[in-house]
Design a protein around this ligand. Structure first.
Ligand code: UD1
Length: 385
């Protein structure tokens, strides 16, 4: 059997790592060999957004890099399709395996399906029901075309059933990202928060620029933010920045590993200087996997619009304020037993939930099959299809 699996952007890397290992383990234990080709579309290309994850998570070097880089959605998807089609024609795999919901997921599933190659989607069935979100379009198209839909939870499997997907195409395998968390949590525990901060200071950080030495923060809040809905509109971003700099950082240390999109937009709206000049706000470069996991483990509160962090907070129990009006991962919400609450980008709601979250204890929660063994169930589902 020949499988091509695809990664494109940061959140794909933690999902593909365990799948690569599951194939390696299958090949070493049986005499049937899976020929596995890993393709990186190159949507994320910086060391800190890409290469570091290959090293830390022991992902084999991609066999093929399409070097797509940045661009509009149409450019990224179109360029990926043109390059990927050539690979598929040459390699003619039995399966294309895509993960998550980024532009690579969409582009490669469409290209494979048009060439009549079977598509397997890992992390199928997630729905935010918000078509203003590019990832929702990617999820809908990918799931509509996929032959095998591997879901992280029952809610996602039910979404697929409600859309008319046949039972034989759905398999509830659990959350593959939690395989990665399980495999790396002990290494993350060894890290010291102060070192994580010192080693990753952004070149414009306040402390770095003033050469101020700081102590390990006793209590800190972590922020990540990159969604177009939060960072692309000044009317939305400015009040959030005001809240963060004038309220959150007043009381507690605010640690912000900044995403390139957010940094660019802060610059465009003349807000970057305010962020840099705020004492108690520590600006970091994008973090590696272990560093982020370590910060999450000790955070008083997580403020985020990321999908993956909602899930990691759920398992670690970190009170999480999800800066979105909807989530494709409702299982992580408090009403389902998780640690997260939706706060959108309305500052009054954000403030109220933030103050509330400060008094919450950690409440770790593990939905079914978030047990570190999802990748082997993914491979089993493909082999049994
Ligand atoms: C993408 C994904 C999103 C995911 C996020 C995580 C899509 C539609 N979106 O959004 O689902 O949550 O990644 O990071 O696929 N850039 C760099 N260095 C890089 C990569 C990007 O500087 O290595 C810059 C680009 O030039 C661009 C910006 O970051 O200006 C955004 O990158 P892009 O790939 O367009 O989307 P993300 O917002 O990262």
């Amino acid at each position: 059997m020949k499988i091509i699996s695809v990664v494109g952007a940061r959140p794909n890397f933690m999902k593909i790592a365990p799948f690569c290992r599951a194939i390696e383990s299958f090949n070493s234990k049986t005499n049937k060999r899976i020929n596995h080709i890993l393709v990186h579309t190159g949507q994320h290309y910086d060391d800190r957004m890409s290469n570091t994850f290959f090293d830390t998570l022991n992902i084999p070097k991609a066999d093929i890099n399409l070097n797509i880089g940045s661009g509009s959605h149409a450019e990224q998807v179109g360029n990926t399709m043109i390059s990927f089609e050539k690979i598929l024609i040459k390699e003619n795999p039995d399966w294309v395996v895509v993960v998550g919901d980024v532009n690579a997921t969409l582009a490669c599933s469409v290209t494979a399906k048009k060439l009549k190659i079977k598509v397997c989607h890992i992390e199928a069935g997630l729905r935010s029901r918000d078509l203003g979100m590019p990832e929702e379009i990617n999820r809908l198209v990918t799931d509509r075309l996929s032959d095998l839909l591997l879901t992280p939870d029952e809610l996602s499997a039910n979404n697929l059933r409600a859309e008319g997907v046949s039972e034989k195409n759905i398999s509830y395998v659990g959350n593959i990202m939690i395989d990665t968390l399980e495999a790396h949590i002990d290494q993350a525990k060894q890290l010291n928060v102060l070192h994580v901060v010192q080693d990753n200071l952004h070149e414009n950080d306040f402390y770095r620029s003033k050469n101020i030495v700081f102590q390990e923060p006793e209590r800190y809040v972590v922020l990540t933010m990159h969604r177009p809905s939060n960072v692309d509109d000044c009317k939305v971003l400015e009040p959030i920045v005001k809240f963060l700099t004038e309220e959150v950082a007043k009381d507690l240390t605010l640690i912000w590993p900044i995403h390139p999109r957010a940094e660019k937009q802060l610059g465009t709206f003349d807000l970057l200087e305010k962020v840099i000049q705020t004492p108690n706000l520590i600006l970091l470069k994008p973090l590696g996997y272990h560093d982020m996991l370590r910060l999450n483990m000790g955070a008083q509160v997580m403020l985020t619009d990321s999908g993956g962090l909602q899930e990691e907070c759920c398992v670690l129990g970190t009170p999480c304020l999800t800066m979105r009006w909807n989530t494709e991962r409702p299982i992580t919400l408090r009403e389902h037993g998780g640690a997260s609450v939706l706060v959108g980008n309305d500052v009054d709601k954000l403030r109220a939930e933030y103050l509330n979250a400060l008094s919450l204890d950690r409440m770790p929660f593990r939905p079914g099959f978030w047990d570190g063994n999802a990748a082997s169930r993914c491979l089993e589902a493909i082999l049994n299809y």
